[in-house]
Design a protein around this ligand. Structure first.
Ligand SMILES: Nc1ncnc2c1ncn2[C@@H]1O[C@H](COP(=O)(O)OP(=O)(O)OP(=O)(O)O)[C@@H](O)[C@H]1O
Ligand SMILES: [Mg+2]
Length: 536
């Protein structure tokens, strides 16, 4: 481990022996009257291509409760919720809603029964508006069939968006929405369908604490109305804040299940990954760095109305952060620097040379890489395998054999890089879309490590990554900075910024409104600034 992050490991090994699966089995069998929305998955097993993913897992979503699934990347959380929402068929086990057995469940059937899954990766139609996306499959008609009631759609969409804290024009095309906005739109969809059971698969991973609180308030209201809610998150503070019941999956098996007050954080972590992880602390890294050459300079960059007059420099060995609310312009700034978007003013300089007519290819060749927050749209090549997704950033530099890319050597390169972030996949030839969300994220991170950049912009580098692997990524970033990389981290997770950054720029409504450095980089201070507290 590098010197940047150390763990305070609890002196005493937490005792998880009191939280047994057997106790949960009793709860499952309990004779409490079947409430209409009690949703039971019992003894569910599932394998893909012969590889077991879930083994004899049971969970009950009780009406008026939030039940969270926690576990490492690839533990089987999404698979369980996909089975419960009819996307996958279980190999064994049963589903029952309000005492009624649901055999051969399909997504459509699940929706008809009032069961809805907010998916881990948003599935919006890019060319349709936000309002249209909200009602896909549920368009309200006028009294005449076939005539869609657009005025009603727009009116109602605005109300739903407000309930989930989504602050956009209802006619915005979905392709213009950030990943966080897409995620909130997915949450709003759950409300449109008026469901009794809603499962949220990592809805908060792109959200700041501000948007997360709005979503949690909504979840509490829904819980109060007697809905049964499922929730997945890698942020354990959130899990403890919002859950009534917790179930831990490890390698597809249920290893603990307990009421929120019956399990501690240490017990939960130990159940998840087999060892305790203390609270992370930060050790200042860059105090002894002398070479502070300017590597990236951004001057007066604007793309109105999204952001305006953004100027900053990044020096060698520096880890800087960019904090701001969803919609503040963080990602658009990064996309404009990297040539994914056009600037209407301003310049970008790399090592003292202007970087003009920017395209991603030119930027990569010049030594500037960007890990996008929306890997579905700007990162993953979903129709090719893991190996080729990892090497995609360095294709011109791959080892050749008879003028052709040597497949064996390409795979060796990919294997080494994927190993650095511990990507877990069946094989290098596995289609990237079959990897769990967190493992896809690790693969994207490996891609940019391979490119050996001089400047890296990482937008939500640990989105969906489990707590064990997060530390590995923080250590890699810190080691890269030590060896000279200039790095800009954009993150909704203020704790992540506080742990990794030497300096954080705060953006509010498209303008840089503050900067904190060194000892002042704390979650509390950043929290004040991101909501506009630093202005004036
Ligand atoms: N369609 C599929 N085909 C093959 N394997 C799959 C498929 N879907 C999931 N898997 C595998 O099942 C395992 C569990 O995946 P799942 O998505 O349920 O994990 P998860 O707990 O949600 O992880 P994460 O926290 O990373 O989202 C992984 O090893 C994954 O590669
Ligand atoms: Mg998942």
């Amino acid at each position: 481990m590098s010197q940047a992050h150390r763990h305070r490991t609890p002196a005493d090994q937490p005792d998880t022996s009191t939280i047994t699966v057997d106790a949960y089995g009793e709860r499952l069998m309990s004779t409490s009257p079947p409430a209409s929305t009690r949703y039971v998955a019992s003894h569910v097993s599932k394998a893909f291509n012969g590889a077991p993913v879930l083994h004899d897992v049971s969970a009950v979503l009780e009406p008026g409760e939030v039940h969270s699934l926690v576990g490492e990347n690839g533990a089987g959380k999404s698979t369980l919720f996909k089975i419960m929402s009819g996307l996958y068929r279980p190999d064994a086990g049963e589903l029952a809603l309000g005492g009624e057995r649901l055999a051969d469940l399909t997504p459509r059937g699940a929706l008809q029964k009032g069961v809805y899954l907010v998916p881990q990766e948003p599935t919006l139609m890019a060319h349709l508006s936000a309002a249209e996306n909200l009602y896909v499959g549920a368009l309200p008609h006028r009294r005449m069939p076939f005539i869609v009631d657009w005025s009603r759609i727009h009116r109602e969409a605005a109300t739903y968006f407000e309930r989930v804290g989504l602050d956009i024009d209802v006619e915005t095309p979905a392709r213009q929405l950030s990943i966080a906005q897409q995620q909130l739109l997915e949450c709003a969809r759950a409300l449109v369908h008026n469901c009794r059971v809603i499962m949220f698969d990592e809805p908060t991973s792109p959200l700041t604490s501000h948007e997360t609180e709005i979503l949690f308030d909504l979840m509490r209201v829904l819980r109060g109305e007697g809905l049964a809610l499922g929730f997945i998150s890698h942020r354990l503070d959130e899990v403890f804040e919002v859950s009534d019941h917790l179930t831990v999956l490890r390698d597809g098996r249920m290893v603990a299940s307990a009421g929120r007050d019956e399990i501690t954080r240490d017990q939960l972590v130990t159940a998840m990954i087999g060892r305790p992880i203390g609270v992370r602390t930060r050790v200042r890294r860059t105090s002894d760095v002398t070479d502070r050459r300017e590597v990236l300079k951004v001057e007066g960059l604007s793309s109105r109305p999204t952001f305006e007059d953004v100027s900053f420099v990044l020096t060698k060995h520096e880890v800087a952060g960019l904090a701001g609310l969803v919609g503040s312009g963080r990602t658009e700034i990064a996309e404009t620097i990297f040539g994914l978007r056009k600037a209407d003013h301003g310049e970008v300089w790399l090592d003292g040379e202007p970087l003009e007519h920017r395209t991603p290819r030119r930027c990569i060749d010049a030594g500037l890489v960007y890990l996008p927050e929306d890997r579905g749209r700007n990162g993953i090549f979903s129709d090719v395998d893991l190996a080729r997704n990892v090497t995609a950033g360095i294709v011109p530099r791959l080892p050749l054999r008879w003028h052709l890319i040597s497949t064996a050597r390409e795979e060796a390169v990919a294997r080494d890089s994927a190993a650095r972030t511990s990507v877990r996949a069946a094989s290098l030839g596995a289609s990237i879309s079959t990897l769990s969300g967190g493992n896809q994220q690790r693969a994207m991170f490996s891609r940019w490590l391979l490119a050996e950049p001089r400047v890296a912009i990482f937008d939500e580098p640990t989105r969906g990554v489990d707590i064990g692997a997060k530390d590995d990524i923080y250590d890699i970033i810190s080691d890269l900075a030590t060896s000279g990389l200039a790095c800009l981290i954009i993150s909704s997770d203020l704790e992540e910024l506080a742990l990794t950054c030497d300096r954080v720029l705060v953006i509010y409504e498209g303008r840089i409104v503050g900067e904190v450095r060194d000892e002042d980089v704390t979650t509390a201070r950043l929290g004040e600034l991101v909501v506009g507290g630093g202005r004036g």
